[in-house]
Design a protein around this ligand. Structure first.
Ligand code: BTN
Length: 245
């Protein structure tokens, strides 16, 4: 007889659920909130995630030990004009820097990277409820999911990242910090993948090319264009790739 997946409530205010197995933590949290209202900061993580979703509409592959977590946020981030995608990236990078050390960065706008050699170790998926709330999904690879371009946070000769229970607790706590998110703009600008390098991207209005400069006060990506003009890209940009001009 097969056992049904277990659900544990690790803390109450706000709730933090641990599931032994789930299709997608993002879908689970949405459904749970639809059935019975959940407060700001309610979060869930799963030991096994079988149908994780990436952005935009991609699959997210999970290996046991990796982080698959979703958190419900009923407001925009406190004390910053940056959107949740970047605030979460900043918070995750700060936790990894404190625990593992330097070497992590962000590929704008939602990919968490090991910088050298380049490998994607995590991703952030923010979905709006349409009513001022957000479901924020975070996937982080402790173990390498063995996909092209992906990598692991666990690396030979480095301290281990926080374990699969400590990491969601720390993330939930940090995202609810009453201090807000001071220092995010210089913090993230200093962790941008491909800073001062040429990239291409796609937006509904078409593709473009520019040199990555940093972030502006709203968290838009600052660029220098080939004609020496400057401009910004919004957080909705997709498919940024480095090129040799
Ligand atoms: C991306 O890089 O495209 C975003 C990946 C987000 C994956 C996480 S894992 C936890 C949460 N549940 C999901 O189904 N997806 C997100």
């Amino acid at each position: 007889m097969s056992q049904s997946p277990e659900e544990r409530l690790l803390s109450v205010d706000p709730p933090l659920f641990q599931l032994s197995e789930v299709g997608s933590t993002q879908n689970w949290l949405k459904e749970r909130h639809r059935q019975s209202w959940l407060p700001h900061g309610a979060a869930v993580f799963a030991d096994i995630q079988t149908e994780g979703r990436g952005r935009p509409g991609n699959r997210w592959t999970h290996r046991p030990g990796n982080l698959a977590m979703s958190i419900l946020l009923h407001s925009d981030p406190a004390g910053t004009t940056f959107p949740w995608t970047l605030v979460v990236a900043h918070v995750v990078l700060s936790i990894l820097e404190q625990t593992v050390g330097s070497g992590f960065g962000i590929k704008y706008p939602n990919d968490l990277y090991w910088m050298e050699p380049e490998a994607k170790v995590g991703g952030i998926l923010v979905e709006s409820s349409g009513e001022g709330s957000y479901f924020v999904g975070v996937g982080l690879n402790r173990q390498d999911p063995e996909l092209p371009g992906a990598g692991a946070m666990i690396r030979k000769g480095r301290p281990l990242p926080p374990d699969p229970i400590e990491l969601p607790k720390r993330l939930q706590e940090a995202l609810l910090s009453p201090e807000g998110f001071a220092g995010i703009e210089p913090g993230l600008s200093n962790h941008l993948l491909w800073k001062d390098q040429w990239v291409v991207w796609s937006l509904p209005e078409g593709p473009g090319m520019g040199k990555v400069q940093g972030l502006d006060e709203r968290g838009h990506l600052k660029l220098l264009f080939p004609d020496d003009a400057s401009g910004t890209l919004p957080v909705q940009v997709r498919g940024i790739r480095k090129i040799d001009p």
